[in-house]
Design a protein around this ligand. Structure first.
Ligand SMILES: NC(=O)c1ccc[n+]([C@@H]2O[C@H](COP(=O)([O-])OP(=O)(O)OC[C@H]3O[C@@H](n4cnc5c(N)ncnc54)[C@H](O)[C@@H]3O)[C@@H](O)[C@H]2O)c1
Ligand SMILES: O=P(O)(O)OC[C@H](O)CO
Length: 331
């Protein structure tokens, strides 16, 4: 079938190649005219995976109206903080009943909204689903074994995307807990930054495990407050993604943490990365909307203070360990 992908960065490109390899015709939208022309002429994306030949069933357009006219099935691979702007472009163009699958993982800083909330506000005519789970673009591109979850309010919608997207070594599970899926995907990035900082400071394997596990306790608390099903957070979209992001060198969030732990500023580490590390924004969304969320998240606060207040991670670790002793599980 024909599928439109909005965004021609790492994940949009890997996703396009995956869908085309398994028989779909894909049109990617990029706001960059030269990038679109280059993809159409050379079947390569000059900015991402530049050595990889894309299947000929992948084409590109720099006109969003042309991209949206191509298909009623639209995949969104645009970073979270740009989705409001892109939804503003989609809203007058998308027909009633367009099927949207969002691949992004984040929380909007200005409102504290999860992505399904933002889409409901701006594009109420679309039927929304989201995909999340441990899935680095680099491995998807090579059809390496990968498992993810698609969630939608209606199970039939999630099942539809499950059938379209599952192929080769990419196995998709279906669910209806959109909140849990989006909370898991967004918040794990915060702890991946912490894991990168910890690795750079050579704090050891015990510390890495502690960060992932106490990070999960914060994710669970946050999710419970927002109405997530804890089972979703113990699955691929929670624990699964937390593991891969905290331990894989592919992870942009982990690598951002490595840079910061090595003494770089957020600006320097972000520029060196050259791609989006969503956790740096999500941690702002969580901490700056603390009153709205009202959840105890000391690790997230510590990451925020390192990134935005230039505080020393070593000092913050001492503070974290000096907190009053308490029970392990508390919601
Ligand atoms: N890369 C991965 O392995 C991976 C895996 C799973 C999920 N994700 C998620 O997918 C989303 C995209 O990540 P990515 O790795 O592809 O990022 P990326 O930085 O590689 O690419 C983002 C793309 O979006 C485009 N973009 C940004 N703002 C835009 C705007 N206002 N209008 C039009 N285009 C705009 C950029 O030009 C770029 O091409 C993120 O939320 C990320 O968390 C990424
Ligand atoms: O590279 P990251 O840190 O953005 O993580 C990518 C995916 O979310 C991993 O599942």
């Amino acid at each position: 079938m024909k599928i439109t992908i909005l965004g021609a960065g790492s994940f949009g490109t890997a996703f396009a190649a995956h869908l085309a390899l398994f028989g779909h015709e894909v049109k990617m939208w990029t706001r960059n005219c030269e990038r679109a022309e280059y993809i159409n002429k050379f079947h390569k994306n000059r900015s991402c995976f530049s050595e990889t030949d894309l299947p000929h069933a992948v084409s590109a357009a720099s006109d969003i109206a042309e991209a949206l006219a191509f298909s009623q099935h639209v995949v969104m691979a645009i970073p979270t903080q740009s989705q409001r702007e892109v939804c503003g472009k989609i809203a007058p163009l998308a027909k009633e009943g367009v099927h949207m699958l969002n691949l992004a993982k984040g929380i909007e800083i200005s409102t504290g909204s999860l992505l399904h909330q933002l889409h409901k506000e701006l594009c109420p005519q679309i039927v929304y689903s989201a995909l999340s789970g441990p899935s680095h673009a680099e491995e998807l591109l090579l059809d390496m074994p990968t498992t993810v979850v698609v969630a939608s309010k209606e199970e039939s919608e999630a099942r539809m995307w499950q059938k379209i997207v599952s192929a080769g070594s990419f196995r998709v599970y279906a669910g209806t807990d959109v909140i849990g899926l989006e909370v898991g995907g967004a918040t794990k990035n915060i702890y991946a930054i912490a894991a990168g900082i910890s690795r750079a400071l050579k704090l050891g394997d015990n510390a890495s495990a502690a960060l992932a596990c106490r990070g999960l306790a914060e994710i669970m608390r946050f999710g419970a407050k927002l109405g997530a099903n804890p089972l979703t957070l113990s699955g691929l979209a929670g624990v699964g993604d937390l593991i891969v992001t905290c331990y894989s060198i592919h992870s942009r969030n982990f690598r951002l943490g490595l840079g910061i732990g090595s003494g770089k500023t957020l600006k320097e580490a972000s520029e060196e990365l050259g791609q989006v590390a969503e956790g740096a924004y999500t941690v702002r969304a969580v901490v700056e909307n603390a009153q709205k969320f009202d959840v105890e998240m000391p690790l997230a606060e510590a990451v925020y203070r390192v990134l935005y207040k230039n505080e020393s991670p070593t000092k913050l670790i001492k503070e974290l360990f000096a907190r009053p002793l308490k029970a392990e599980m508390r919601f």
